[in-house]
Design a protein around this ligand. Sequence first.
Ligand SMILES: [Zn+2]
Length: 302
Amino acid sequence: MRKTTVTVALAVASMWPSSSYAWGVSAHRYIMRRAIELLPPSIKPFFEANRDELVVRVLDPDLWRSVGWDEDANHFVDFGVKEYGDYPFKELPREYDTALEKFGMATLKRNGLLPWREAEEFGNLRRAMQSFGRDAAFAGIETVLFAAVAAHYIQDAHQPLHATNNYDGQLTGQHGVHARFESALFDRYESRLTITPPPVKAIVAPRDTAFEVLLASYRLVDTVLAADKAAVAGKEEYDDEYFDRFFAAVKPVLEQRLGESISATAGLIVGAWERAGRPKLKLQSPRPIQKVRKPAAVAARW
Ligand SMILES: [Zn+2]
């Protein structure tokens, strides 16, 4: 009985690649760190002062999955599934309510919720920034939290294999390509990458931007899969030579998507700040003063 449970659990776990933490740990952190450099002078000091925490927290949404929270679907959209039609997948409404009504929650969750999650966390970030204006006690810590979290999802959207139903090459006999692309290549060849982020544009429509980013990712899927296939041709295992070949073929894709991911991360923070009314992001949290309540005020509630 117990054995069966374990077997089933393992089978379920193996359906999603264990390291499908888009970009892996090092790349997410790298993207976050470089995005802070691109922020405008009016908000950069706040993010520089909180750099270490942002660089750690950008991983949080992946860890929520490990904790056991209902989080998986927020990290991808499986373009390519029959119900969404052909590129550019107009069968999937961009409006959440319309998409929900059309497909139902089970289908939407199975195929991924990333753009709507992005919009939700962008809103959280905007409101956290707005709360600086009210001297809210948690304005600073929440701005850091939501900047990191909102950043995570837009970073995921730039990873081509987070925009396809063939996310681990499982439909084309290329199992494990997800981690080979997003983690192994970055970890092995980081020093050989030349990453030049394009100019930062403020993102003010996070849901639509996430859809555009995912569509651009989808257009790169065939390149990544073809490179993986060619690199392993005639081999029994994914050895150093395989990785050298794979890297040589997808280096431009990797550099382009990492660069764009850095700019989008900065653009998201700038956009939320603009939508928040450009508040001053104070480095010191105010120390709230609690007033002594008068007994009458307490009594009035009974
Ligand atoms: Zn993720």
